[in-house]
Design a protein around this ligand. Structure first.
Ligand code: SF4
Length: 745
């Protein structure tokens, strides 16, 4: 945002910041109009982000040049935006393949697009026009990037007289994400209009913690403001909706919350109790008191109900990742464990994409062997990053997927964050492991003090190769693992309710713990061997594709099951804002027998948005393993619903939450893929259409013209005899275009 005379000049960054936090826009405005505030200077991580972004952009530019594209670069330094705009227009009229850093301006909006790419679509420029390409370091596009693409696309429409059809993001992993502008432009224009109205009307804003705070240049300013106001934003673990409910009844400070007694409407009693205790403990600590904690109510599957009995074979695990490596890299897995009565640390490093697959395979081989030797041991970590990374890495590198699945089924991974947040209330300002260290270890030494600085060190090592930097990261990761062990020991020794029974987590297969991993791997190995004739006849790509397809549905089901397991271990209150769930059900009737084998029960639930509909079979919480129930009806006016369950499954509890359903049964599809794969292996010639698809060959039509088979609603038409070669297994077409599907064998 810049002030040019009396006019504000707005850019895509202003729009993205506004979408992230309106208060940030208000502060930006105050900076340029009044100038009495000072934003934070860029820290090392922000500088690194900027540098890596620039490198990614330049690498893409080099690649375009190396591929022989004609490129015009628009100078940016030491000339005005208006002059760059003039040069860009000149370049667009010349028609090169690529314009680098094209400048665009229309009214208040302007900026520099990374790349304009020529497409052969006529415009006022000639037989060509341009589309926007922006480079982003991330692996996945962010919705706010779309706002940027739309802005630049609307600006080039003004120049070339034709709206571009698409715009593109060139992502950090080398992939390209294309946006169809007709689907998103209206939203982007509305967002710009909102910012313009905001700047005209200047409504009151205030700092509210949001995800954008992490990289915001006003974070110190807002943190000071929260301290000065004794803001509710300082209460550890409080959500935005909880703050709003408290403020609605006049509780606006931590001190007021600490002494509040009246019930807060639309807030569960347990939630309110927790927030009041949190405020009391934190207020005492801020006043100079020692670290203190309180226990929360114990419930199965929550807090200390997730903490298993300690075992000599327990492993403490932490991971370091570098989001600035192209496409991201998990470069270090560290484990801390006891070997022959001595504590040992082992590091699994990866400095390339190939190394990443090998190191995760080495780690899982180590964990499986170790867990087999210690059948009652667990792998402790803090927060969800480690498990999310293991799931992603094993799927991405197609390695040790069965091992990760089975370790999860046996609930060998223990997230101590869930134990802490569900089991106790701590006096510290947050629930990161570094916050909790005040209870059980001395202040850390060493230059690498946070995950952010470990990334900066790692990036520096990538450029300098200095071993000292890797050694620092090694020590930092080792300390994190040790901290996890000390936290677990402290929880067991000093915090866990005395006399509480140890929970039994997870299911062990009949053959014993982790006994089925090899069977799953063996299944893949056998199929790979069976596909050898296909490899020789149709090529590696087809054989690998069939191998992948054989695992497709299993792989597709996993995220759905993970989503259920993750929510089973979550706090009930956290599910209130989760659209996949219904939180806080309370029975309002006794169970009523409705058939010989089933009964129904009516529940009331708090006001909330949900995607769950009548007829679905959501899973229940609390439960150790996913168990479903039939959602017969739901009434959003009275906030009541009716659940039906078979009598054999036992009674429904008085209080529960509904979680997403299990994935749909897909055995028929899996069997169909297996059957087709067998046909191709045996080379029976009965599935030529599928072979054509797999080998990317042109479809072979029966006769000169396609034979109509059935209409697009599946109703048979006159000549509806299925092809005798594929026996009707395969047909394709574009429903609705010609009004017919066509047999393509
Ligand atoms: S620190 Fe957070 S609340 Fe403050 S301006 Fe930035 S994004 Fe908004």
């Amino acid at each position: 945002m810049r002030l040019i005379g009396d006019l504000l000049r707005l850019s895509a960054s202003d729009l993205m910041r506004f979408k992230g936090c309106r208060h940030a826009t208000a502060l930006d405005l105050r900076l340029i109009e009044v100038g009495d505030l000072k934003p934070d200077e860029d820290g090392p991580e922000a500088e690194l982000l900027q540098k890596q972004g620039d490198d990614h952009e330049l690498a893409f530019l080099d690649r375009l040049k190396a591929d022989g594209h004609s490129v015009i670069e628009i100078p940016k330094d030491k000339i005005s935006l208006e002059e760059s705009v003039r040069l860009t227009l000149e370049a667009m009229r010349t028609g090169p393949d690529i314009i680098y850093q094209g400048a665009l301006l229309d009214g208040a909006w302007g900026g520099y697009s990374d790349f304009l790419e020529r497409v052969e679509r006529p415009s006022d420029l000639g037989a060509w026009s341009y589309e926007v390409v922006d480079t982003k370091l991330k692996r996945k596009p962010d919705p706010k990037h779309v706002l940027q693409l739309c802005l630049y696309s609307d600006l080039i429409e003004k120049v070339q007289g034709v709206a571009p059809e698409a715009a593109h993001l060139q992502l950090g992993d080398g992939s390209r994400f294309t946006v169809r502008l007709s689907e998103v432009s209206a939203y982007a224009r509305h967002a710009r209009r909102m910012l313009e109205v905001f700047l005209m009307e200047r409504p009151e804003t205030r700092s509210e913690p949001v995800s954008a705070c992490t990289l915001c240049r006003w974070s110190s300013h807002c943190a000071e403001q929260w301290e000065a106001d004794d803001s509710l934003a300082l209460v550890a673990g409080i959500s935005r909706s909880q703050r709003q409910r408290l403020e609605a009844v006049g509780i606006t400070t931590m001190a007021a919350l600490a002494v509040s007694k009246d019930r807060v409407p639309k807030m569960a009693a347990e939630t309110q109790r927790k927030l009041v205790s949190q405020a009391q403990l934190q207020s005492a600590r801020r006043a100079g008191g020692p670290p203190a904690f309180e226990l929360r109510n114990t419930e199965p599957g929550k807090g200390f109900g997730l903490l298993p009995a300690p075992d000599d074979g327990d492993v403490f695990y932490d991971i370091e990742g570098d989001p600035y490596f192209p496409g991201g890299l998990e470069y270090l897995h560290g484990v801390w464990y006891r070997e022959k009565n001595e504590w040992a640390f082992r590091a699994f490093w990866a400095h390339t994409r190939e190394d990443e697959g090998r190191s995760v395979a080495d780690l899982l081989t180590f964990l499986v062997e170790h867990m087999r030797r210690h059948p009652n041991a667990h792998v402790y970590h803090y927060a969800n990053y480690e498990i999310a990374a293991l799931r992603r890495l094993t799927a991405q590198h197609r390695t040790c997927e069965a091992a990760v699945d089975q370790l999860q089924r046996e609930r060998r991974f223990v997230d101590l964050f869930k134990v802490v947040s569900g089991g106790m209330i701590a006096s510290e300002k947050g629930y990161s492991i570094k916050d909790l260290e005040a209870f059980y270890m001395k202040k850390r030494a060493g230059d690498v003090a946070t995950a952010g600085s470990s990334v900066v060190f790692y990036e520096e090592w990538r450029h300098t190769g200095e071993q000292r930097l890797l050694d620092e990261i090694h020590d930092y990761n080792r300390t994190d693992c040790i901290s996890t062990q000390l936290l677990r020991d402290w929880l067991v020794r000093d915090v866990r309710p005395t006399g509480m029974a140890w929970p039994v987590l997870g299911e062990v297969p009949e053959g014993g713990s982790l006994s089925n991993i090899e069977a799953e791997d063996e299944e893949i190995r056998v199929l790979r061997a069976k596909l050898q004739p296909v490899r020789e006849r149709l090529g590696d790509q087809v054989a690998d594709l069939l191998l992948d397809l054989s695992q497709f549905h299993k792989r597709e089901d996993k995220p759905a099951y993970w989503a259920i397991f993750d929510r089973l271990a979550q706090e009930s209150e956290e599910l209130l804002d989760d659209l996949e769930c219904i939180q806080g059900l309370e029975a309002v009737s006794e169970p009523v027998q409705v058939t010989k084998q089933s009964f129904e029960r009516t529940y009331r639930f708090p006001q909330q948005e949900t995607k769950l509909r009548a007829g679905k079979s959501p899973c229940l919480k609390p439960a150790a393993m996913p168990e479903d129930v039939n959602l017969r009806s739901i009434d959003h006016d009275t906030n009541t619903l009716v659940l039906r369950r078979s009598t054999a499954k036992g009674p429904l509890p008085d209080r529960l939450d509904l979680l997403p359903p299990r994935p749909l049964r897909n055995n028929v599809l899996k069997d169909a893929i297996a059957a087709v794969t067998e046909e191709i292996i045996a080379n029976t010639g009965r599935v030529p259409a599928i072979e054509d698809i797999l080998t990317r060959s042109r479809p072979r039509f029966r006769g000169r013209f396609a034979v109509p088979w059935c209409d697009f609603r599946g109703r048979p038409v006159r000549r509806n005899k299925p092809c005798n070669r594929c026996n009707g297994r395969f047909y394709a077409g574009n429903p609705g275009t010609a009004g017919e599907r066509q047999n393509v064998c």
